[in-house]
Design a protein around this ligand. Structure first.
Ligand SMILES: [Zn+2]
Length: 222
């Protein structure tokens, strides 16, 4: 049977498999969503293994009100975090929450990761802030993470993991990968005499150039 938003549902199934394959999440942790229109998003369900997900498992949620069909499948417990980000950042169409190792290590130290590599500056932003600690699924975690993400495509969540966003799923994936590489380089450079970072202004400028260039590429792909 063809479901409403079949293509987007299948894209989420594939994205889940890719996340596991690349070691960015394990088991049932993390979650992925895509924006369907100006009112709704589609998100992975709660408590299911990525390997077992089917298109029918994805849940449609109105991100302005957090309403969804309560008689159906339960959405990921962090859906309000996704809603909060879509409401704050109109440009995003895809969000991935991961427990990726190196970003989680930086989140455990609650550090702001500076732009230590060009690609981190370009794709993620002038730095990656760490949102203050808050319990999962609370209003505070949404508020703090949205705030930490301003002007950037990702944020660390203290003692938890990371959240990455993009104008499409491909871009959100690239953010996760570049964030992981950047956090690894930052941690290891600290042991080689200390990480040296690109100046905040140059990093910011690189991010702006990338944002404009990628818009053109994305338009061509459509
Ligand atoms: Zn999590």
């Amino acid at each position: 049977m063809q479901l409403h938003y079949q293509q987007e549902r299948e894209a989420l199934v594939q994205a889940g498999l890719k996340l596991v394959e690349q070691g960015l999440v394990a088991r049932t942790w993390g979650n992925i969503s895509v924006k369907l229109n100006e009112e709704e998003m589609l998100i992975t369900p709660s408590g299911k293994f990525y390997e077992d997900l089917t298109p029918a498992d994805m849940v449609i949620i109105k991100f302005k009100t957090n309403d969804y069909d309560k008689t159906g499948i339960k959405p990921s417990s962090e859906f309000k975090l996704h809603s909060g980000i879509y409401n704050d950042r109109k440009e995003f169409s895809a969000i991935i929450h991961t427990h990726q190792m190196n970003a989680s290590t930086c989140a455990a130290a609650r550090v702001e990761v500076p732009a230590v590599l060009d690609d981190l500056a370009q794709i993620v932003g002038p730095s990656v802030r760490c949102a203050d600690y808050a319990l999962p699924s609370t209003k505070k975690i949404v508020r703090e993470t949205v705030k930490a993400m301003r002007g950037r495509n990702a944020a660390l969540m203290a003692n938890h993991g990371a959240v990455c966003a993009g104008r499409d799923l491909d871009e959100a994936f690239a953010v996760c990968q570049v964030l992981e590489k950047g956090c690894k380089a930052f941690i290891e450079a600290q042991f080689l005499g200390g990480a040296k970072h690109i100046s905040k202004f140059e990093a910011w400028a690189m991010h702006q150039v990338y944002l404009k260039k990628y818009s053109k590429i994305a338009k061509k792909k459509k």
